[in-house]
Write a protein that binds this ligand. Sequence first.
Ligand code: IPE
Ligand code: IPE
Ligand code: MG
Length: 231
Amino acid sequence: MGKNKGLRHVAIIMDGNGRWATSKGLTRSTGHEKGTLNIQNVLRAFSDRGVLFVTLYAFSTENWNRPRNEVDNLMSLTVSSISEQLEELHSEGIKITHLGEKSSLPEEVRVAIEECETLTSSNKKLVLNIAFNYGGRKEIVTAVKQLIREHICPEDLTEEDISSRLYTKEIPDPDMIIRTAGEMRLSNFLIWQSAYSEYYSTKTLWPDFGESDVVEALEEYSKRTRKFGEL
Ligand code: IPE
Ligand code: IPE
Ligand code: MG
């Protein structure tokens, strides 16, 4: 199916679950549930069009500042949706990796995420990176701490030294960052890796984002000229 002009990696800020629910008179947690159910369709739509890496922003380091019941709900939803969706993702050849800090997550969430990573580690069809308890600034600070521990000589420090100590060390930078629900900001997502990513914002709320939205985003990408500072 359709060409994608060398687009390998799409990263998505899955925003708008709350607004989707509120507009229908439903609870925010229903919005999050609906959003989670949307993931497999979107993955399939990208995979069918040759995309090899999809990164999903599911929970930011700043999302801990939401009301306690919403945070608890997002944690338990993560565990239950992993248990509902993992087998199918695995059978479709999807390799799941986690971007973010595991140590401060509730035990059952950490265990569920590790189960995803272990079960799917040899899959080859598509890499799904789940950014959960992810913050771009925290990621950079963690990399710098590691470099200091390694006694790196300041004069020798390169961009590659930092890149290779980020959570994303094994994956290419995102070619395109999609944000649903209309906001025009990165919200601390992949701030190092997105230096030259194409940015795409759609008003569509995440639970409504479907195959036709994927096609639209890829079409828009195909019209962009990536210059990387050159002429
Ligand atoms: C995105 O939807 C999901 C998370 C941040 C966990 P929101 O919950 O941010 O939805 P809005 O922005 O309130 O509509
Ligand atoms: C970004 O959405 C985080 C995720 C989608 C997980 P937010 O809804 O948290 O971002 P802000 O607060 O509007 O910037
Ligand atoms: Mg939001």
